[in-house]
Design a protein around this ligand. Structure first.
Ligand code: SF4
Ligand code: SF4
Length: 185
């Protein structure tokens, strides 16, 4: 017997895995939207996004950019009277849309996130020069030159590493990561 898992159930599972309260507990008070510092830049504010998830509007949710604009400040999570971890929900939605390979094409966020995770898995540390490649070529010529100039200055001052660093006991770290992310050997 096959069981179809609804979109709102899938998202509830993502939140449950993070130990969070399900979005169905939302009472639409609007505190999250009112408190969000980047709400003005989002196409859909957190309160409405939660209502859309609860209503099972999968395609509309997947097409929004709201969670890619989330600054992970956790103000909404701290203030939600129903204890919904909205910041974690935003992370969950990012992971979900990358997993489904379904997000607006012109977004930098998915490529940036993927590059970040791969870099961490490979060396155990973030390495900015590689991360920059995920957005560098989306810039205009003027911005590219300004970014290159800034990066050179930072390198000369020792604030940006020339070569990537590796953590000690990298194999132990990879074994640990493998339990949560399916990575190759
Ligand atoms: S603060 Fe919590 S209860 Fe209020 S609208 Fe946002 S998610 Fe719903
Ligand atoms: S965690 Fe994200 S959604 Fe929540 S208030 Fe901060 S920026 Fe807004």
């Amino acid at each position: 017997m096959s069981t179809t898992v609804t979109f709102s159930r899938e998202i509830a599972n993502l939140l449950h895995a993070a130990g969070g309260t399900p979005v169905s507990a939302c009472m639409q008070c609007g505190t999250c939207s009112g408190t969000c510092p980047v709400g003005d830049f989002m196409d859909v504010r957190p309160q409405r996004l939660i209502r859309m998830i609860d209503a099972g509007l999968k395609d509309k949710v997947m097409a929004t950019r709201a969670f890619w604009y989330c600054a992970s400040c956790y103000q909404c999570t701290v203030r939600c009277p129903r204890g919904i971890d909205i910041a974690e929900l935003m992370y969950g939605l990012k992971r979900y849309t990358i997993w489904k390979n379904q997000y607006p094409e012109d977004l930098i966020g998915p490529a940036f996130s993927e590059t970040f995770v791969k870099t961490i898995v490979r060396t155990g540390r973030s390495y900015e020069p590689v991360l920059a490649t995920s957005y560098f070529f989306t810039l205009g010529l003027k911005e590219m030159l300004a970014e290159a100039q800034n990066a050179t200055m930072l390198m000369l001052k020792g604030r940006l590493p020339v070569l990537p660093a590796r953590i000690k006991r990298l194999e132990n770290f990879k074994r640990m990561i493998k339990r949560i992310i399916p990575i190759g050997d």
